[in-house]
Structure formats: C-alpha cells, structure tokens
Ligand binder design. Structure first.
Ligand SMILES: Cc1cc2nc3c(=O)[nH]c(=O)nc-3n(C[C@H](O)[C@H](O)[C@H](O)COP(=O)(O)O)c2cc1C
Length: 414
C-alpha cells in the first residue's frame, strides 16, 4: 500500500477511553509520517489512559479535549474539524462513543465533531467481548454502518487483563489500509460530470392544487452527496422538497415533469453519467385553471394526458448514437412487488446500464422512511439484491456500479 492518499490529507483522529488508546499513539505517528495532517481529539476518559502531550508531540498539532476551552478558541473546533477534515478516524471506538453517535448526542467535543462531520468516518471498535456482543452495542453499530460509517474490526485476541476474545482493536496497519481506501474514493470520480434528478414533480390542477407523489427527494440527494464524495462534478435537478442540497452541487429547481425534462435535455449532452432517481409524474391534467377552482362548482372533470418519458427519450437518443459523452445511464423504478422483473423490464425497455428497483408501499421501505428494500441490476453483472438498506448505503452501491462501468469504459471516461 502506498502513502499516496494519506499525503496532504487532513485527518481528525478521535481517541476514546479504552485500553487500546496507547496503540493509537502508533497510529498517529504512522499517519503523520505518511504525510497526513493529523488533529487529535480526546475524550476526558481517553486522557486517563494516554496524555495529550504524547499526541501533540507525535503529530505536531495541538490536541483538543474540551468543548468549552478556557482560552478563547481561534476556531469553532466542534464543527470546524468535522467540516474541514478529509477523514475522521475513531480509535479505539468505545461502546459509549458508538452509542452516543448512534443517538446523535453532542455533549462533548468528540461527539459534536462526529455529528458535524461531512467526510467519511472510520471507527475501530475495541471493548470486551460481552460489551461488543451486547444487543445494544450491535444495534448501535448497525445504525452507524447504515449511516455510512465504516467499521474496521474488532479482531480476536488478547483484551485488557487476562481475557481473550472478540473485541481487540484492529491493527494499526488495518486501520491505515482502510483509511487509504476511504481517501482513494475521494478521487475516484474526479473530472466526471454527473447529472442526478431527485424528488417528485407536481402537475397543476389549478393555481393551488396539483397531482403529486410521495417522493421525498432523499434518494437523489444521497446520490448527489455520494458522487460529490468521490470527486465528481454534480448537477442536481430537484423537484420540490424541503431537503437542503449539497453546497458543491449545481442545483436546478423544477416543479413539473415538463420542466424536469427540459432541465435534463439541456444538460445531458455534456455529462458522463445520468442518474434518474426522480419520481416524474406519468400523467398530468390535460388543462389546468389559472385561478383557484371554486369548491361550489363541484369536482372538476379531470382529463389526464401522458407526460414525456425522459428516460426513454434519453435512452433512445443514446442508442442512436446521439449522446457520445454519456457513458453510464442509470434509472430507478418504484414498485410494490417483483423488484427483479421490474428492474429487468426497465433496463431493457429504456436501454439503461443500471436499473435500480426499490419497493414502495411498505412500512420499512418507501419515500417516507430512510430505508429501502432494493435491487440493483447492472447490464453486465446481473442483479444484486440488497434487501433492506439505508438510502445512503444504496447510493454507495449505485455509485460503485457507476465507477466500475466508467473504469471499464477506459481512460477516456476516467
Ligand atoms: C482500565 C479500563 C479499560 C477500559 N477499556 C475499555 C475498552 O476497551 N472499550 C470500551 O468501550 N470501554 C472501556 N472502558 C470503559 C470506558 O473507559 C468508559 O465507558 C468511558 O466512559 C468511555 O468514555 P469515552 O467513550 O467518552 O472515551 C475501560 C475502562 C477502564 C477503567
């Protein structure tokens, strides 16, 4: 493993109060020697095990331990570090700190930092076997993994005292290898232009009323975050949603299916990847009233007409050789049953490279909840049933497929 990705990276190293804290001094030294700028944050418990002076000497940077420092801070440490780091490493990650993170608590510097981190987070758990296998810990770990946190270890081996079992912190080498992988992702899609659609559309009945759908936009926004995380240039065409788009994305707001079509068609010639995650209306009222219809006039006689099928239009233009830049075309479909058949029909019917079918209409899977029962079908790799996953985890899988296809397409696409 080379040190390419560590060199020049800014790493927040969070040290918790476990016996393995002494080994993290070695990790701090290795990261610093590899060229990373390492900023250590310690919990009060961690300071019981290793002195902050050890880390400040090894890294050449001051160590932060307090949310409310006595001297006036030159920066807002509890949010600045999380927002400006390329990677956060928590080692050893204690049962308590994992639990606090899962709960979203921010009652000390480290937990506030973890809550504000915009970059990937690696955790290296270390604790006694009983603590690790406790249902509470396992549920907290599952929550964090679902939110995109990567767990390294724990390994099997000697624990504190005479005990041996699962719960030993992963080795410094394993943690560094995982850090390298996470940092490598940052440049995976550098230079790649990605267009993503998100949210539902609204088709007017009158000045106030519309036909809409339950799409929240969170899947498309998760895809935008993931593409940005990998270094892509992202344009996000978003239907109405309360979500805040990522700052680095070039966001275009639209309301109707027609506006979404226009926004996509205007941009699609100059992108490498199009991911259509929006729930675009299939029908719209044939006509709409400029003013508000009066209730007293009775229910309007709604005639519906088909809207443009954006994905089919893009797919057939591309098939005819009209979109030479577009290397990867991804489409989503929401289904109440038989995801595999729906994905296959979408893939072939719209000439897609990757089709994602997700279940709607159940309590655990759908637009209103953060999880989806999903299946990803890559044209050349076959189906991947993911089961119930977070939208963030699904975004990671979709972008993995996109990156793999771009890599196969050759240097022109890389
Ligand atoms: C000697 C000793 C060793 C400990 N080792 C661990 C450990 O490896 N993992 C863990 O989760 N807690 C361990 N603990 C308990 C934590 O220190 C305790 O839960 C503390 O509140 C963690 O706080 P922090 O996560 O804010 O650092 C240990 C405690 C003692 C006294």
């Amino acid at each position: 493993m080379t040190d390419t990705y560590l060199r020049g990276s800014r790493i927040a190293l969070c040290v918790c109060g476990g016996i393995a804290a002494y080994k993290v001094a070695g990790l701090a030294r290795e990261l610093t020697q590899a060229g990373a700028e390492v900023h250590v944050v310690m919990t009060p418990s961690a300071c019981e095990f290793v002195g902050p002076l050890t880390f400040s000497t090894l890294t050449g940077n001051p160590v932060r331990t307090e949310l409310f420092p006595e001297s006036a801070p030159t920066e807002i440490a509890h949010t600045d570090l999380g927002r400006t780091s390329d990677l956060v490493i928590v080692a050893p990650a204690t049962a308590k700190t994992i639990a606090k993170s899962a709960q979203g608590l921010s009652d000390d510097l480290m937990s506030a930092l973890l809550l504000s981190a915009r970059c990937p987070v690696l955790m290296a758990p270390a604790m006694h076997t009983e603590m690790w296998f406790n249902d509470a810990t396992q549920a907290n770990v599952a929550t964090m993994v679902g939110r995109g946190v990567r767990m390294v270890g724990p390994a099997v081996g000697a624990l504190a005292g005479p005990d041996v079992g699962v719960g030993r912190m992963a080795s410094v080498e394993e943690i560094i290898a995982a850090a390298e992988e996470e940092l490598a992702l940052r440049s995976e899609l550098t230079g790649i232009r990605v267009l993503i659609t998100a949210g539902g559309t609204r088709e007017a009945i009158d000045a106030m009323r519309f036909i809409g759908n339950a799409s929240s936009g969170s899947m498309g926004y998760a895809l935008a975050f993931e593409a940005l995380r990998r270094g892509a240039r992202v344009q996000l065409v978003s239907g109405p949603t309360h979500l805040v788009p990522p700052e680095q994305a070039d966001t275009v707001r639209v309301t109707t299916a027609q506006q979404m079509r226009q926004a996509v068609i205007e941009r699609v010639e100059d992108v490498d990847v199009l991911v259509m995650a929006a729930a675009v209306a299939d029908w719209r009222p044939a006509s709409s009233s400029e003013g508000k219809l009066s209730k007293g006039e009775g229910p309007p006689d709604l005639q519906l007409v088909k809207t443009a099928d954006i994905l089919a239009e893009v797919g057939s233009r591309r098939k005819a050789g009209g979109l030479p830049n577009l290397s990867v075309l991804v489409g989503f479909c929401a289904e109440t049953r038989d995801l595999a058949a729906a994905a296959a029909a979408k893939l072939h019917g719209k000439a897609l490279d990757v089709a994602v079918a997700n279940e709607v209409g159940s309590a655990q899977s759908g637009p209103e909840v953060p999880t989806l029962n999903a299946l990803v079908l890559d044209r050349d790799r076959g189906p991947k049933e993911l089961g119930l996953v977070s939208k963030r985890a699904l975004a990671v899988t979709v972008m993995d497929s996109v990156a793999a296809r771009l890599a196969e397409a050759g240097p022109g696409a890389e």
